[in-house]
Design a protein around this ligand. Structure first.
Ligand code: AHR
Length: 516
């Protein structure tokens, strides 16, 4: 049995839990929109074509903000194609995913879907093939009350399609997507992008001054331009933007589960690196405002089919409507890793103020759906849903004194990975913790300073199901193989929490606490 000793002190907090840290992402890619959230004619779809079985799972998952419409897709997208009477909308080629885009679903439908799902809209503009003019037109279309060309068109289109006519009031905007990547339509150098983003931001704010804007950061930490890209882009845009984006996808390589389980170490270092670059540009430019991070694509993704550096993603063969693309099936190990990635985001909640798991349905997603068939939860659904529901109040700094596990990629790392929040209003402290040890259970103690535990309100664990292995996953014929179960080996001893975590598991324990 390995050992871990954690300590929290109510005086040592990181930040308030950012409401937007539990975001998700809907891209016009594969079956995320079509046969995912939207499938007219499905037995569970309403009159607008919104699948209510999927909607129910989305509400249970609990995302707070959803990025739309891409992703790589947005860099070739003409937003005007997706508004107005559906029969008049053009069918187009989507170059990013080699698919046919019917445009049956567009901005009005997404805003209406988002309102029903009770999520904030995070809208991306196309800075691949387009620029300042189309972006400012889109802001006018979305947010201006009326009496101008674009805002009146919104009203007219809303009336014609029976969707929303009033301003959409979209506050959060991404200034393009992954424009550092050679695979991106309209790929740019950092200087080209930085200038374009600066001018686009300025023009968008002249239409609506209260926007929050996200500049594009590196597509991943391995990009040859990582670091210099952020520095150059922010040197152009610091005064105009509020956030810079980060993207990261993780996978198990060659059966090296130990390194995969420790990937939060990489995420921690990646975030620390971007924070340093932001602060260097801030200091050099004598800025007083703080730019923060929007980690607007993260997840586990088995990037099979890495054909070339220029086109690292799987695309469809032929030209199909909503082909099956990157529909990864997630197992127990993946769920534990997703839990740890969310811990990393929480630990950096003072600077990472927005984060979006990519994506929401079917495409590397916590929810799967079949065309004409059922929808169900993947293993990774569970850590997201619990953290989104239970991380409240203040993020607490954790002191960790734990046994080590050795990994090929990161050397020795703590056997446990954890995050904690404390909500003074409800008197609840939530501990989220993973045991990265693959063979041994972990005997964990949590000491509280300045707080007194008076009871345990809930304790659940996701672990390898009995008589299965770590590759167990929720599939069409076995939709509930992996889930949460009550954590039985948990108790309070002399004011400390004692828990036994099974090997390779993720757990959440919620305590009732009062000030000591
Ligand atoms: O989420 C899938 C893709 O990954 C997105 O379209 C792109 O931005 C990223 O490379």
């Amino acid at each position: 049995m390995s050992q871990a000793h954690l300590t929290v002190d109510r005086a040592f907090t990181v930040a308030d839990v950012p409401h937007r840290l539990f975001g998700s992402f809907v891209e016009h890619m594969g079956r995320c929109v079509y046969t995912g959230i939207f499938e007219p004619g499905h037995p569970q779809a309403d009159q607008r074509g919104f699948r209510q079985d999927v909607m129910k799972l989305v509400k249970e998952l609990g995302p707070t903000v959803v990025r739309y419409p891409g992703g790589n897709f947005v860099s070739g997208y003409l937003w005007e194609d997706g508004v107005g009477p559906v029969e008049d909308r053009p069918v187009r080629i989507d170059g990013a995913w080699h698919s046919i885009e019917t445009n049956a679903f567009g901005l009005h439908e997404f805003v209406e879907w988002a309102r029903e799902a009770e999520v904030e809209v995070m809208e991306a503009v196309n800075l691949g093939t387009r620029g300042v003019e189309e972006a400012r037109a889109l802001v006018e279309y979305a947010n201006h009350p009326g009496g101008t060309y674009w805002s009146d068109l919104r009203r007219k289109n809303g009336a014609a399609t029976g969707t929303i006519e009033e301003p959409f009031d979209i506050r959060l905007w991404c200034l393009g997507n992954e424009l550092d990547g050679p695979w991106q339509i309209g790929h740019k150098t950092a200087d080209e992008y930085g200038r374009l983003a600066q001018e686009t931001a300025k023009a968008m704010r002249l239409v609506d001054p209260d926007l929050e804007l996200v500049a594009v950061g590196s597509s991943n930490r391995q990009m040859p331009t990582f670091g210099s890209w952020e520095h150059t882009v922010l040197s152009h845009t610091y005064a105009e933007v509020d956030y810079i984006s980060m993207h990261a996808y993780y996978q198990e390589h060659d059966g090296d589960a130990a390194s995969f389980l420790a990937e939060a170490v990489d995420m921690d270092a990646f975030i620390d690196g971007v924070v340093s670059t932001i602060d260097a540009v801030k200091a050099a430019g004598k800025h007083t405002k703080q730019v923060d991070i929007s980690f607007d694509e993260w997840n586990v993704w088995y990037q099979r089919g890495l054909e070339t550096e220029d086109q690292p993603h799987q695309v469809a063969k032929g030209w199909q409507k909503h082909p099956r693309l990157i529909e990864d099936s997630y197992n127990v190990t993946d769920a534990v890793v997703v839990g740890t990635l969310m811990h990393s985001l929480l630990r950096h909640g003072d600077r990472v103020r927005i984060a979006n798991q990519a994506q929401l349905v079917n495409v590397i997603a916590p929810i799967l759906s079949e065309e004409g068939g059922p929808a169900w939860r993947q293993s990774i659904f569970w850590p997201f849903a619990r953290i989104a529901a239970m991380a409240r109040g203040q993020i607490l700094r954790l002191a960790v004194d734990a046994d080590q596990v050795s990994t090929q990629k990161f050397g020795d790392v703590d056997v446990v990975d954890a995050a904690a929040t404390w909500d003074e209003g409800t008197g609840r402290l939530s501990l989220f913790v993973a045991n990265r040890g693959m063979e041994e259970s972990n005997d964990l103690t949590l000491d509280l300073h300045g707080l007194e535990a008076t009871g345990i309100s809930s304790a659940e664990v996701l672990a390898i199901p009995e008589e299965r292995d770590r590759k167990a996953a929720n599939v069409l014929d076995d939709q509930d193989a992996v889930g949460l179960r009550p954590l039985r080996e948990v108790g309070l001893e002399d004011g400390a929490l004692r828990v036994t975590l099974p090997p390779m598991s993720w757990a959440v324990v919620q305590l009732e606490v009062k000030s000591a």
